[in-house]
Design a protein around this ligand. Structure first.
Ligand code: NAG
Ligand code: NAG
Ligand code: NAG
Ligand code: NAG
Ligand code: NAG
Length: 518
């Protein structure tokens, strides 16, 4: 009945066959926290809480824990990581912010002095959360490295964190050191070989101070803004060629972190939103890292995107903060998994346009910095739905594998999900941007075919991410329900829709669908 209704509303323009394998084979394994978060260090306590827990932020994470059993991993660092000092007599944090601008309404602090309570704030994360903490390397100040490392270790050794199993999984030393030669933190002639030698000196102190030899904490290597993909400039290959892994601290590197943004646009447009969402640009952005992933795996190391999001300037207005960006996030993270990127940390800062979550009350517009007539309460942004959908698709089996479906259509992406090797679910994304002002919304019919070993399903249940327009900034529903609530807990009544393999399924432009096979 429902499928019939959809066909009436949305003119079908095409039909495409979707071949699905019944068994996973050696498809990549996906952890429940494939979508994780990178948080700008300066306003970390505004996220998590200082004296008491920020329950809005906690709930956004706890919703995901409920779906996957895994809390999103949290990296605390980025630009402000390289501007942080430690002072034991500061209770929480003191910071200096430059004035807001139209393009950057919520700039990073230029100077942060953290005290013990800054690190202790991690106690307010959901139990079981793994943390990566970034230490200042940009300042080239051994005392800062030493004192910050001591303070981080002390916080994670405290009963509050230990009892909640909140663990320091990784330390990171320096953010985007490949840009130091451009931003004045090092001479303009700074090379990857100079970097590697300096990093080893500072990381030796960090490693010994943290007693990594006697703990489970490891180090993220790299954390570069880009990659040359060569052995002679900044890249994983470049630091390996310079011997980083043979050094005393390098032996604790067990993951290479790469940063990536799809571009740098400080103003937005419908065309830019479509570019972001487009299947082929998502694939070309990620595929350029294949040589680096291979070089990393050749060293038996894990590879993550430790900081990523749509566009720099903390996002392009009308693009990064929209429903279309939610579809981008979902396809981007799932496609990353297919290339061997084990986790994707979406970068967040208070008031940034590309956030999944706005955990604090905002008094300035995130889009142009103007003063808001009414302060904006904590809320989730459209991209948050992508984290929910990925979490539901991956589920809580702890052994989910996923395989991208080979769909011969420039707008339809799809992934099959397996548990214990058997087909369970599939996600489809129609990334054709249906923008406000457009009149005809097309829909694509998917015919499902099966091959391989296993029982062919005959029917399925359906959940849809229903979006008014690609450039909407709110009002999305997932299976009829909303996360746009005052406490970030799901609200509204779930809709139920079922379908049959014989009939296939229709997906309108600018929508994501999760089907669960019966
Ligand atoms: C703790 O955080 C709240 C809310 O962000 C803020 O109003 C308060 O000043 C902070 N307290 C301290 C001691 O920094
Ligand atoms: C070095 O770091 C320490 C501790 O963070 C700080 O007190 C000191 O001011 C820093 N020195 C410089 C030159 O920034
Ligand atoms: C690390 O550097 C600090 C500051 O120079 C120094 O006091 C400390 O002894 C060093 N620690 C180690 C283990 O090298
Ligand atoms: C990355 O995606 C953007 C669109 O968001 C596109 O403009 C850019 O060319 C892509 N970059 C690569 C390397 O494919
Ligand atoms: C893919 O689709 C295009 C356009 O619809 C068609 O021309 C082409 O033959 C298809 N390729 C395959 C392998 O089915």
């Amino acid at each position: 009945m429902r499928a019939f209704w959809l066909t009436l509303i949305f003119p079908l323009v095409s039909a495409v066959t979707v071949p699905i394998l019944l068994s996973a084979g050696d498809a990549p394994s996906l952890s429940g926290n494939l979508i994780s978060l990178s948080i700008e260090q300066d306003r970390w306590l505004d996220w998590v809480g200082n004296v008491t827990r920020n329950s809005f932020f906690f709930n956004t994470l706890d919703n995901l824990v409920a779906l996957t059993g895994d809390s999103p991993t949290i990296r605390i660092g980025a630009d402000s990581e390289d501007h942080t000092n430690f002072n034991p007599s500061v209770q929480f944090v003191q910071q200096v912010f430059p004035p807001p601008t139209t393009t950057v309404p919520y700039p990073e602090a230029t100077n942060i002095v953290a005290g013990p309570g800054f690190y202790q704030g991690a106690q307010f994360l959901p139990p079981g959360t793994g943390v990566t903490w970034g230490v200042n390397f940009g300042g080239k100040n051994l005392t800062a490295v030493f004192l910050e490392t001591q303070a981080i270790i002390k916080a994670f050794a405290s009963p509050a964190l230990k009892n909640a199993d909140i663990t320091l999984d990784f330390l990171e030393l320096g953010n985007e050191a490949d840009l130091y030669r451009n931003n004045g933190l090092r001479p303009s002639s700074y090379t990857v070989s100079q970097y590697t030698a300096e990093w080893i000196t500072f990381a030796t102190n960090m490693t010994r101070t943290a007693n990594l030899a006697g703990s489970d904490t490891k180090i993220w290597g790299g954390a570069f803004a880009g990659s040359s993909h060569t052995k002679t400039d900044f890249s994983p290959q470049g630091i390996f060629a310079n011997g980083i892994l043979n050094s005393e601290p390098g032996k604790f590197i067990d993951t290479i972190s790469q940063h990536h943004y799809s571009g740098s646009f400080c103003t937005g447009s419908g065309g830019l939103l479509q570019d972001l969402m487009t299947k082929s640009t998502i694939r070309s952005n990620l595929s350029s890292f294949i040589p680096d992933i291979q070089a990393t795996q050749d060293q038996n190391l894990d590879y993550v995107f430790g900081e990523t999001n749509s566009y720099s300037c903390h996002g392009a207005p009308g693009v990064s903060n929209t429903a279309g960006a939610a579809l981008w996030t979902l396809d981007y993270a799932l496609f990353a998994s297919q290339l061997g990127i084990s986790k994707v940390f979406f970068h967040e800062g208070i008031g940034y346009k590309y956030n999944l979550i706005q955990p604090a009350t905002l008094t300035r517009s995130t889009l142009d910095g103007s003063t808001l007539a009414t302060p904006l309460k904590p809320h989730v942004q459209p991209q948050y739905y992508a984290a929910i959908i990925a979490a539901e698709a991956i589920g809580d089996s702890g052994e989910t594998q996923a395989l991208e479906l080979n769909i011969n259509n420039t707008r339809i992406a799809g992934y099959a999900f397996y548990e214990s090797g058997s087909l369970k679910r599939a996600v489809f994304i129609n990334s054709l941007a249906f923008l406000s002002g457009a009149t005809t919304r097309t829909s694509t019919h998917l015919d499902l075919t099966f091959s391989g070993t296993g029982t062919k399903p005959t029917s399925f249940s359906v959940k849809r991410l229903v979006i008014g327009h690609a450039d909407d900034v709110s009002g999305l529903t997932w299976g009829g329900q909303t996360y746009e609530t005052s406490d970030a807990r799901v609200g509204g009544t779930a809709t139920s829709e079922t379908g049959t393999v014989a009939a296939g399924i229709d997906i309108p432009a600018t929508q994501a669908v999760l089907i669960t096979f019966k």
